[in-house]
Design a protein around this ligand. Structure first.
Ligand SMILES: Nc1ncnc2c1ncn2[C@@H]1O[C@H](COP(=O)(O)OP(=O)(O)OP(=O)(O)O)[C@@H](O)[C@H]1O
Length: 266
């Protein structure tokens, strides 16, 4: 088996109350998996469970067979990187912020970054398009620019598993496509394994190898985009009328919304 990540019968929540229940799935190395589902369906809670921010109420999540909940901080940080929706920025430059991704690799008596650390940070700043912002303070960036710097830092961590919570929510279409193309490429070429929460069903369908659809804190469906993005499941989960078609160029599913006014005229 080449599963890099396995989560089994996993449940977690807040103040000991279940929010996420009995989630099980596996991800192979190099797979790009999207998590979709309506607001409040448990997507971010799942990430908090995987990263160990929330304790497991039952079940386990394993990376390379090792229980993530039991991993030490340093070991976890060299294996797992998380980009959350809100970025803790403080007053530091983009370059300093991105270089923080190398901290887990420092030994006990090392206070400064190495030439290798700098080269790795440079590479990912370039790939994410933030090199031109390197001397700017993080708190002087737009939401989208902060998001790009957050992704640059997570990639600089060179994790095996990358968790991205809505990485494109503040980005214009140029940067959405640039970032998703980059992640796609890194997963194909370097074997980076990615789990990404994404609300845009069309981007999810276009870019992800497979999708996990969440509903009421449970996993409703998992499969390739064509299996998951069908109108019956989408309408049941989102309580919204949709039409699905196939993108004539990519062959991937596309979801159209229809306004109430048009539905009433039909
Ligand atoms: N800190 C918290 N304490 C208690 N309940 C919480 C907390 N954070 C989230 N919840 C609850 O857990 C449920 C799932 O929330 P979660 O943030 O995982 O949803 P989500 O699918 O990521 O939603 P969204 O798409 O809006 O980001 C919601 O009902 C939410 O109110």
């Amino acid at each position: 088996m080449n599963d890099l990540f396995q989560i089994e019968n996993f449940s977690c929540g807040y103040s000991g109350k279940f929010v996420l229940e009995d989630v099980s799935f596996q991800i192979s190395k190099g797979d790009f998996v999207g998590i979709i589902g309506p607001n409040g369906s448990g997507k971010t809670t799942l990430f908090k469970g995987i990263s160990g921010e929330l304790p497991a109420l039952s079940g386990s999540s394993k990376l390379n067979g090792k229980n993530l909940q039991k991993m030490g901080l340093k070991e976890k940080a060299t294996n797992l990187a998380v980009v959350t929706q809100t970025i803790e920025i403080g007053s530091m430059t983009v370059e300093e912020y991105v270089l923080m991704g190398r901290i887990p690799y420092r030994n006990q008596f090392q206070f400064f970054e190495t030439a290798e650390d700098i080269a790795i940070a440079e590479k990912y700043m370039e790939l994410t398009g933030v090199t031109r912002l390197r001397h700017k303070f993080m708190n002087a960036l737009s939401g989208g620019e902060q998001q790009l710097a957050g992704i640059a830092r997570a990639l600089t961590q060179e994790p095996q598993l990358l968790l991205l919570d809505e990485p494109t929510s503040h980005l214009d279409i140029t940067h959405q496509v640039q970032i998703l193309n980059l992640i796609r490429r890194l997963s194909r070429e370097l074997g980076l394994t990615v789990l990404m929460i994404i609300h845009d069903l069309n981007l999810a369908g276009e870019y992800c190898d497979s999708l996990i659809m969440m509903q009421h804190g449970r996993m409703r469906k998992k499969g390739v985009p064509a299996e998951v993005l069908n109108y019956k499941d989408i309408e049941a989960v989102y309580d919204t009328v949709v039409i699905t078609r196939i993108n004539p160029v990519s062959g991937k599913p596309v979801v159209f919304l229809v306004s109430e006014e048009v539905i009433q005229k039909k």
